[in-house]
Design a protein around this ligand. Sequence first.
Ligand code: GLY
Length: 349
Amino acid sequence: MQGEFSGNIHLLNSQEDLLRLFRESSAAYSKIAILTDENTRDHCLPLLGNVPGTNISIPAGEENKNIGSAEKIWGELLAAGFDRNSLLINMGGGMITDLGGFAASVFKRGIDFIHVPTSLTAQIDAAIGGKTGINFEEVKNQVGTFAWPEKVLVFPDFLKSLPHRELKSGFAEAMKHAIISDPAYWEFLKTFDLTTANKEFLNLIDKSIQIKMEIVEKDPMEKKERKMLNFGHSIGHAIESFLQPGLLHGEAVAAGMICEAYISSKILDFPLSALEDIVCQVNKRFHKVSWENHQTDRIINKVYHDKKNKNGKLLFSLIEDIGSCIVEQEVGIDLIHESFRFYQNKGSC
Ligand code: GLY
């Protein structure tokens, strides 16, 4: 892929290419460590054969993307005598690439890292674009850095070992990419066969990475345009943080996209037919996320922690049509409540 940051992303067709790039990328370092979770340690790491280095594995699950896990990584790197010319390889879903990227980006003021994303969410979103982070005090990604991996090795075959629910969760990010910037991609996704990790996933991954990187290249540090990639996430992250553990990122974002599309229809005249279309497509793919009415205020309180907000104002990325997103739109609390009622009452199409 072209571009200052996109050039280090490699979409790989074969295990031979993965092994070759992996060997080339890790050859020059004093020491290497591989970070996995329990699932990727058992199902993905064996594909790399015998990797000389330190294996660090942490329990799977978003609830482990925390400072305790970062401390465990730093502790193991220190114990194994890692110097600044060391490499951390992050092999896993978004939880591992966010956590490992963060741990590497501050260890000894920063060591190199490579991402080997193994979930769809990580292959099209979390490992792409140079964001790292951990959750703090039950709020998503409150502590983190912008830090660029030396390489991102995207191997779609890893998706074959991914549970279907995880595959669907990643699909929500592809839907987001289409909604914010590409009506033709949206049409493509409507009929996409999500039942198994088939060959079409290569096209989906390629398209989503292209869309994301075009936006990131314009605004790597998220001063303006990059905020588009947060459509569905102001509310999605709040729902996800509140309903942890148990809810997957994409499941929360899917709910967030319906709420934020509804808010867009009120603030930016997002067409009602397009709103129906989003509701229909999301409900076709995802179960409705539910919570008790009395919990709504506590979820909305979490929206106040969103990193896009300024001076106490809630600022959302909203859509004026499929393929057109506008950032920094102020949203009032009553409209957020209304959008939650819309989400909870809106049935399938
Ligand atoms: N996941 C949103 C971004 O990387 O900007």
